[in-house]
Design a protein around this ligand. Structure first.
Ligand code: GDP
Ligand code: K
Ligand code: MG
Length: 297
């Protein structure tokens, strides 16, 4: 007997830091979206692909919807909103440890116009007392109709399998879109750049804001054992360049070492990573620069 195959596209939406990337990475079992405790680290639509014999779910990690402050911000909001009309289901992720806020309400307003099944995913339940759960569910239920409600911990894994199974069940019957060993359709170059950016945000704390971008110029096999990766970190001010390089180059070295380890996991080979830092003021507002950096509309 043939196994019935279901496949489809599922958007994950939620305000910054609710745990979208963490869930996505857990679902596909590999690091495809960067995680950070700072808001708005995910800029592009990253597709994580979950494949079993019966199911293929192509997850789209939408950038957090927020009030735009620049061209890049505006781009991110538009990208997130357009995604909602192209998918088979939407996961609306909220943070169990925070009250419903303006960010959630902004999304709810948009979701009211979405005709696709919406799952309410209440994340970070590892941090709350179970008694509070019903209250949270009611609070969102009075705003929107949900297909189903799932309390999860993306970090610890609780209920994630169940959520994936429930989502699979409502996807249309049809062939799979991607080969089963493919977890993302983004080029490895892009992910490598995201991994470098993740380390920058992690290690520089408040000093270097989100104005940092990373361009991976080259990913090239050097010999049988080694892959050369060359990348440039772009900042807006020379003071930020100083911070990134650090005393005697120490900061850049640490960023490089940490990023290299992750890129080695990604590429499955030894990596030689060369990093540069370049100042380019106001890149966020220059349309041409955005295109050059790969943020296509
Ligand atoms: P995103 O902005 O929605 O993609 O959120 P991230 O996946 O980057 O997560 C933001 C922060 O929340 C990170 O520090 C995660 O480790 C943390 N986080 C995500 N999921 C959980 C969870 O289930 N429980 C706890 N305690 N923390 C979580
Ligand atoms: K984040
Ligand atoms: Mg994210």
């Amino acid at each position: 007997m043939d196994i019935k195959k279901h496949s489809g596209f599922v958007a994950i939406i939620g305000r910054p830091n609710v745990g979208k990337s963490t869930f996505l990475n857990r679902a596909v079992g590999q690091k495809v979206a960067i995680m950070s405790d700072k808001a708005q680290t995910t800029r592009n639509k990253i597709q994580g692909i979950y494949t079993t014999e019966e199911t293929q779910i192509v997850f789209i990690d939408t950038p957090g919807i927020h009030k735009p402050h620049s061209r890049l911000g505006d781009f991110m909001v538009k990208a997130a909103l357009s995604t909602l009309n192209e998918v088979d289901a939407v996961l609306f992720m909220v943070n169990a440890t925070q009250k419903r806020g303006r960010g959630d309400d902004f999304i709810i307003k948009r979701l009211k116009e979405v005709k696709k099944p919406i799952f309410l995913v209440i994340n970070k339940i590892d941090q709350i007392h179970p008694d509070h759960l019903l209250e949270i569910v009611d609070d969102y239920r009075k705003e929107l109709n949900f297909q189903e409600v799932y309390p999860i911990s993306a970090l610890q894994g609780n209920n994630c399998e169940e959520l994936i199974t429930a989502v699979s069940a409502i996807l249309p019957e049809g062939p799979q879109f991607y080969p089963e060993d493919q977890v993302t359709d983004h080029p490895e170059r892009f992910i490598a750049g995201e991994l470098i950016r993740e380390k920058v945000l992690e290690l520089t704390r408040e000093e270097v804001p989100h104005s940092v971008a990373v361009i991976v110029e080259r990913v090239q096999r050097e010999d049988e054992e080694k892959i050369l990766v060359q990348a440039t970190i772009i900042v807006e001010r020379s003071s930020q360049k100083g911070i990134l390089i650090g005393k005697g180059g120490q900061m850049l070295k640490t960023i490089g070492t940490k990023a290299r380890k992750d890129i080695e996991l990604l590429l499955g080979d030894k990596v030689y990573l060369e990093l540069w830092v370049k100042v380019q003021s106001n890149w966020r507002d220059k349309q041409t620069d955005l295109k050059a950096l790969g943020y296509r509309q």
